[in-house]
Design a protein around this ligand. Sequence first.
Ligand code: C2E
Ligand code: MG
Ligand code: MG
Ligand code: MG
Length: 287
Amino acid sequence: PESLMGLLEAFRRPEIKPVNSLQQIVDCQKVRLGLTEHAIALAYQPKVDLVDGRLIGVEALLRWHDAELGVLPPPDIVRAAESCHLIDELTIGVLACAVHGRAAMVRNGIDTNIALNVSMHNLHNLSIVDRMSELVLDAGDQPSHFTLEVTETHLISDLTSVLEALLRLRLQGFKIAIDDYGTGAATMQFLMQLPSTELKIDRCFVAEATRSEAGRAMLQSAIDLGLQLGQDVIAEGVETPGEARLLQQLGCRFAQGYFYGRPMTLEAFTAWIMQHRLHAAAARTPE
Ligand code: C2E
Ligand code: MG
Ligand code: MG
Ligand code: MG
């Protein structure tokens, strides 16, 4: 029989979402095996300054290689890991991979911030906080070279522990970004308490802003709110030059999206940055 402490611990766990038919292809066995057999790979997508084209960082996105099924969508893996209580292991695995990736980039002359996505489930207890900073420090790097992107969609249960975990991570030097801003359920009051430095405006606002006046108004107010709160405001999912122009007109300084670069392997990203630097240098040189 389970001990009382065990029962209490189980009771305190965040609710587990029901498993839908799609994600059943990823079971606990697969996640556990994948974690030990190097299923984690990362794709790096550039974040750029809209004014001078400068690279301001990269987002590392999970690319999970399954032996039978190929590369699986990150949200499926994340949801499976959450329901199997392996989400801390997944996040630590992603961070370890990002730390390696950054070291390789630095060796290639690219000293840039790497952002990774953290699940809200990672923030319901504090045990991950020290593990994360130790991992980075043990590799000879600094937490301030990493940004943790949290999605407000899940900011619902257990606000106090989420806030405490984020504050501690921030104190250790990690930067914090609010991801997919504008699509979640978090109250403004809660968002304003988060120790974030960056607000990432969801791609749906960017797409809608070029189509309707209302969309444009929403994008404008999201940008203004972020700026008023002293955040770096970055637009996600920028796909066209028209979107990039509009964002600049509306006062958004930073962007990420297929228009600038797709998520790439480390090798492809290294090639991309060389090209990018040549273009930027050419653009600066007067005829
Ligand atoms: P996200 O953090 O908002 O990442 C942006 C997603 O939009 C990525 O999808 C990226 O490939 C895609 N994207 C980037 N630019 C464009 C664009 O211009 N147009 C369009 N249509 N899409 C664009 P991806 O890689 O499939 O990841 C989906 C989501 O899965 C991420 O959304 C993030 O919430 C989650 N995720 C990814 N990797 C991880 C991870 O390592 N850990 C956790 N917990 N979640 C992750
Ligand atoms: Mg993200
Ligand atoms: Mg996002
Ligand atoms: Mg997203």
